[in-house]
Design a protein around this ligand. Structure first.
Ligand code: TRP
Length: 325
């Protein structure tokens, strides 16, 4: 089980770091993937753009290979049992612990004028999402580890107080370490908030992709044979490894090692390979976005599947808690 924030516009880092993992997981596991629309209210109380954002995130994930027939792909707000479990778990959550959450402290720093109670209990809602399906494996990045720890804590507290209902959920990924996609400006990993020009979005038009890739940071090239690569050059090679063929990579590696590399050529090649990779995905996204009827069917089907699992758990929860009169 995992949740996807409907903040729209996925980039290459999201694709290789998260979605590819989901797509692989759907073949081997019973999966629930949820658009976290309720969570978005903690930071975005204005819901004017919510619908467009939910549609986009669904379209992007489907275009990347998530199959609504294989997984339950649904919206958090469509599964009402989430809110009920959230309420129960809130009674097992101590405010003192929640106040120490790193993401909470960050949000307080960023928006001191909007420290609402929902923001504080963000991890409780996330625990409800997970425990509602008794999920054991949660594909998430490092930044969500602390939230997952809360989910385990609440599962254990619940089991201890009311009887064994929930398994402990753990972070999951296939390749031991998640793929980190470097940013185009040579600094850190690709992220959507930092520098728009340094991230490649799945929605980017071909010309935008080319422009961004050509702007990637390089230098005059190495002056000694077999030199170590500076970080930003390593990054360009790293991006190439994601989308280019082995022969292409081998050629530029050897050009680098014997000091004949021309970064302009390398970036032109990378730009074309990037376009060939992203363009079909973008076209799929747009086709799905234009088919609202299909999107509604996806959400309905997903909600129906998730509700079956949610209802089963919530009945067990009510029974265990003594709501059986
Ligand atoms: N908090 C997650 C994020 O910011 C999104 C999320 C919501 C989630 N509910 C979840 C992730 C349940 C895993 C499981 O990305």
């Amino acid at each position: 089980m995992s949740g996807i924030r409907p903040t729209g516009y996925l980039h290459l880092g999201n694709y290789f770091g998260a979605i590819k993992n989901y797509v692989k997981m759907q073949e081997d596991y019973d999966c629930f993937f949820m658009v976290a629309d309720l969570h978005s209210l903690t930071t975005h109380p204005d819901t004017k753009e919510l619908k467009a954002n939910v549609h986009r995130v669904l379209a992007e994930n489907i275009a990347c290979g998530l199959d609504p027939d294989k997984v339950a792909l649904y919206c958090q707000s469509h599964v009402y049992e989430t809110s009920e479990l959230y309420l129960y778990l809130n009674m097992l959550a101590y405010t003192g612990e929640l106040e120490k959450t790193v993401t909470f402290k960050d949000k307080v720093r960023q928006s001191p004028e909007n420290v609402n109670a929902g923001l504080l209990t963000y991890p409780v809602l996330m625990a409800a999402d997970i425990l509602l399906h008794k999920a054991k494996y949660v594909p998430v990045g490092k930044d969500q580890e602390q939230h997952l720890e809360f989910a385990r804590t609440y599962a254990n507290r619940f089991n201890h107080r009311y009887g064994e209902v929930f398994p402990e959920p753990y972070a999951f990924n296939f390749n031991q370490q998640l793929v980190k996609v470097p940013s185009l400006d040579g600094a850190g990993k690709m992220s959507k908030s930092e520098n728009q020009m340094a991230a490649l979005f799945l929605a980017d038009e071909d010309e935008v992709i080319r422009k961004k890739v050509m702007k990637a940071k390089t230098d005059q090239g190495p002056t000694a044979m077999d030199s170590p690569k500076p970080d930003y050059i390593e990054n360009v090679f790293g991006l190439m490894k994601l989308v280019s063929g082995d022969d292409v990579i081998t050629k530029f590696e050897s050009d680098y090692n014997n000091c004949t590399i021309r970064y302009g050529d390398m970036k032109k090649q990378l730009a074309e390979d990037m376009v060939n990779f992203i363009s079909p995905i973008r076209q799929k996204i747009n086709a799905i976005l234009n088919d609202e009827k299909y999107l509604h069917e996806v959400m309905e089907k997903g909600a129906a599947k998730a509700t079956v699992s949610a209802k089963t758990t919530i009945l067990e929860v009510r029974e265990a808690m003594g709501f059986n009169y």
